[in-house]
Ligand binder design. Structure first.
Ligand SMILES: NC(=O)c1ccc[n+]([C@@H]2O[C@H](COP(=O)([O-])OP(=O)(O)OC[C@H]3O[C@@H](n4cnc5c(N)ncnc54)[C@H](O)[C@@H]3O)[C@@H](O)[C@H]2O)c1
Length: 264
């Protein structure tokens, strides 16, 4: 028997990287997956890949920063497959910068997409999850939500998602809704923030791997497998957590320790 028995799932930002891997994993595990994207070309690519593998899939367009667009997209999915029972808030954008020279526009844009976006999706989904007797929400936060690794506006939004996760888990647990956050470390994707850095240094992922106790950065599948588990009944007693999926990055500072050892 599959993990999800035709559970109706929706993954935001599933046209690229981690979101695409999550959509593929959920479909493989038996869910009916809808892809919500602002980039319809990339979203369609994911849907085509899912269909080529023999899965049902559906594409809806929305900018998660716009509540009305999210509501309309969710209603389309519900009309086609029934109420969404598993929501993965994955879509985000990251614009590098530091506090001193970040523009007001960048700050507002990152909070709008990366924090207000997931909130819009949660606001739009909770009534139907309550009516259906429950559901599961998995929010993709980041290690940036609990430590400073640059990108302050992105980090503030990702920290906000952890708090939002706790609010949802606490307030709607009695309605059968579980909500958890996943905190990826660096994951090799073609996100614009990585492609820009890769242009400057083609070995950036190998260099970054030194900071990770497991000796490497993450791959989209590393995150997708955890999201699938958290979305399933196997995780039925897990709610409100912020789970690092980071190869041990937050556990220690290997590069610093290596320097100590060299010096002593
Ligand atoms: N890649 C990493 O190293 C890393 C690390 C920690 C956390 N994360 C998080 O994982 C998630 C996925 O990251 P990724 O690297 O795959 O990113 P990505 O940029 O490759 O993909 C993000 C997707 O979201 C979509 N999107 C962006 N803005 C949108 C909007 N307003 N409305 C709807 N869709 C929108 C994009 O079109 C894109 O397909 C994000 O939440 C990101 O913050 C990534």
């Amino acid at each position: 028997m599959s993990r999800f028995d035709k559970t109706v799932a929706l993954v935001t930002g599933a046209g690229h990287g981690i979101g695409r891997a999550i959509a593929q994993q959920l479909a493989k595990d038996g869910a009916i997956v809808s892809v919500l994207e602002i980039d319809m070309e990339k979203g369609q690519e994911t849907v085509d890949m899912l269909k080529a593998d023999g899965y049902q899939a559906y594409l809806v367009k929305a900018d998660i920063a716009n509540f009305e667009e999210v509501e309309t997209a969710f209603a389309k999915v519900a009309k086609k497959f029934g109420p969404i029972k598993l929501l993965v808030n994955n879509a985000a954008l990251s614009i590098a910068g530091n506090l001193e020279d970040i523009s007001l526009d960048v700050w507002h844009k990152e909070i709008d997409v990366n924090l207000n976006g997931p909130y819009h999706c949660i606001r739009a989904i909770v009534p139907s999850m309550k009516a259906a007797g429950g559901g599961v929400i998995v929010n993709i936060s980041s290690v940036n939500g609990v430590r400073y690794f640059g990108s302050p506006s992105y980090s503030a939004a990702k920290a906000g998602i952890i708090s939002l996760t706790q609010s949802v888990a606490s307030e709607f647990g009695g309605d059968g809704i579980r909500c958890n956050a996943v905190l990826p470390g660096s994951v090799r994707t073609d996100a614009i923030s990585w492609t820009t850095r890769l242009e400057k240094d083609p070995h950036i992922f190998e260099k970054l791997g030194r900071w990770y106790p497991v000796g490497r950065v993450g791959e989209p599948d590393d995150i997708a497998k955890v999201v699938s588990f958290l979305g399933s009944d196997e995780a039925g007693f897990i709610s409100g957590v912020a789970l690092p999926v980071d190869g041990g990055l937050l556990a220690g500072m290997n590069v610093m320790i290596d320097d100590f050892i060299l010096e002593s």
